[in-house]
Design a protein around this ligand. Structure first.
Ligand code: ADP
Length: 387
């Protein structure tokens, strides 16, 4: 405990940035006891994530060697925690699943000497998996994800929502979910159903007051389990609320899931838009279609007089969308009712489905659905028009 506090203190003063290269260098000091070589050269390390000094990664091993290699996993954690700037480390061991011999891949591509064949995609029986992303935190991405998912459900689509933010899950709070998921067969978890949609979040398993550094954040492994080991059933659409930024979770999703596309949420401020552009370009680089941009906190509607104020330079996202050649899916105002709803576990679309805000979200959901086109990724569900 003490050494972590000391590290927190030290890092607070110096705030050193830790690069993936430093992490991999440290991991090169850890050897596979059976193979003799280090775990990086052997291509066993994948999904390195570093969020503000909280580092996670997977070490891929044969299932049969799992128990025996626990000291190696621990040594890998110890090697990384020793880096100045690292606050917490979680290494998980994963066993290869679908393609025997397929390499664990780091974010920078297949490891040397490894077979680059992709592993089987996750969530294959879901009609359309849509990642909702933003370039930075606090723009209302989770609020938008939740209300969008509820709106899609109200339009008649079988809908789920996956909270992919391992470090800062917000789904339990936003959906007012306090129970833990069941596992009827002891192998797969059942998602929790609320307001008609299926929900999964790491926050269902970890108490909300557990400090993040104790949570053992492990993006790849946890994210893959929340996709592969959850009984999502047959869904038309799964909304994935991505963690902010352009890191490995985004890459994991792009590599492991046949995404129908990504939606970028942005506030109108230029800065946020610059971030949004980064998010957008990131998805484009990995060949994930960007389905459109939603402008959140677009303008302010006075709850007393009803007057509209464009407190930020309104319209920036629409312009940016046009410049970048992606659809503009709609704008959501800054409004107390939206904030209260999402912070009190009663999202506005579920709590007040006849409100103007709910209609706005449904219009965005419809615009989004229409961008999916008639391709294979789009299931044929009956469309119910809500007025
Ligand atoms: P992110 O997922 O981007 O970090 P959140 O969805 O958690 O952002 O939103 C951050 C805060 O802003 C929350 O308190 C949320 O209730 C509030 N919020 C989000 N969108 C709106 C909105 N359109 N109007 C008012 N408050 C909003």
């Amino acid at each position: 405990m003490f050494h972590i506090l000391l590290k927190l203190f030290r890092n607070h003063i110096t705030m050193p940035d830790v690069s993936d290269g430093q992490i991999l260098e440290a991991l090169k000091t850890v050897k596979d006891p059976d193979k003799g070589d280090d775990i990086v050269s052997l291509g066993m390390v994948s999904g390195v994530v570093n969020r503000n000094g909280n580092v996670g990664f997977s070490i891929e091993v044969d299932a049969a060697r799992g128990a025996k290699l626990e000291p190696m996993r621990k040594a890998a954690e110890d090697a990384v925690i020793a880096i100045n700037g690292v606050l917490s480390v979680t290494a998980v061991m994963t066993a290869p699943t679908a393609t025997p011999g397929a390499a664990a891949q780091s974010s920078s591509g297949p490891a040397p000497g490894q077979n680059p064949a992709p592993r089987a995609k996750l969530l294959e029986n879901i009609g359309a998996v849509i990642a909702v992303a933003s370039g930075k935190g606090g723009v209302g991405k989770s609020t938008t994800s939740v209300n969008l998912a509820l709106a899609l459900s109200q339009l008649g689509h079988r809908t789920g929502i996956l909270d992919a933010d391992i470090y800062g899950p917000s789904l339990p709070l936003m959906m007012g979910i306090t129970e833990k998921p069941d596992s009827p067969d002891g192998k797969r978890l059942s998602p929790i159903e609320k307001f008609g949609i299926k929900c999964m979040s790491i926050g269902f398993m970890v108490p909300a007051d557990t400090p993040m550094i104790w949570r053992g954040p492990m993006v790849m492994g946890a994210l893959e389990q929340m996709m592969g080991d959850v009984d999502w059933g047959n869904l038309d659409v799964l909304i994935v609320d991505m963690p902010p930024g352009t890191g490995d979770a985004q890459l994991t999703m792009a590599q492991r899931v046949a995404l129908a596309g990504a939606v970028i949420v942005s506030t109108p401020q230029d800065l946020a838009l610059l971030d949004a552009r980064k998010g957008l370009n990131m998805f484009r680089r990995v060949d994930v279609p960007v389905l459109g941009i939603i402008e959140n906190m677009s303008y302010f509607l006075c709850p007393h007089c009803g007057e509209r104020s464009d407190i930020f330079t309104h319209g920036g996202a629409r312009k940016a969308a046009a410049q970048m050649g992606v659809d503009f899916l709609g704008e959501v105002p800054l409004d107390m009712a939206i904030r209260e709803g999402s912070d009190m576990g009663r999202p506005i679309v579920a709590a007040d489905p006849d409100s103007d805000h709910a209609k706005t979200y449904r219009a965005i959901a419809e615009a989004l659905w229409n961008t999916l086109g008639d391709g294979a990724s789009r299931p044929s569900a009956p469309k119910i028009i809500m007025e």
